[in-house]
Design a protein around this ligand. Structure first.
Ligand SMILES: [Zn+2]
Length: 138
């Protein structure tokens, strides 16, 4: 008697699993920024993980964040050091914005893109759908 119900349940479950896998293709799981304050400096402890996941130049991302936060920043191995006290949320938001403007393909939403410089324009080339879009971040 319980059989059809069980079957239905397992079918529903497998559909749900498929759906969530589909959604994950377009999402990058980013770690939480690890932030430490020392004097008037902010140490972003796991900084190196972010450009690695986004497949972008660590210096380029750092320059972007420093500019947006209107401060100076430098790389220190895996860490990045910012002048002034910055909180974790500002880093998260900046990274999200950077992804939206220069990593995620605007056509299909895939994060698998790389940059190509053509003359003075920077293009974002999508490896999933092949679309070429002008990158909003430099
Ligand atoms: Zn695409």
């Amino acid at each position: 008697m319980t059989r059809p119900y069980q079957e239905l349940l397992s079918r529903a479950r497998s559909i749900l699993e498929k759906e969530s896998k589909k959604a994950n293709v377009n999402r990058l799981e980013l770690p939480e920024p690890g932030v430490l304050w020392v004097g008037n400096k902010t140490i972003f402890r796991n900084y190196a993980e972010f450009p690695k996941l986004l497949r972008r130049d660590p210096n380029r991302l750092l320059m972007y964040m420093a500019k947006e936060l209107a401060t100076a920043a430098s790389l220190d191995g895996e860490r990045a050091i910012f002048i002034g006290r910055k909180d974790k949320e500002s880093f998260s938001q900046l990274i999200q914005r950077y992804m939206k403007d220069g990593v995620i393909c605007p056509v299909c939403g895939s994060p698998d893109t790389h940059l190509e410089k053509v003359k003075r324009l920077l293009f974002m080339v999508c490896e999933a759908c092949g679309a070429r879009s002008v990158s909003k971040v430099v």
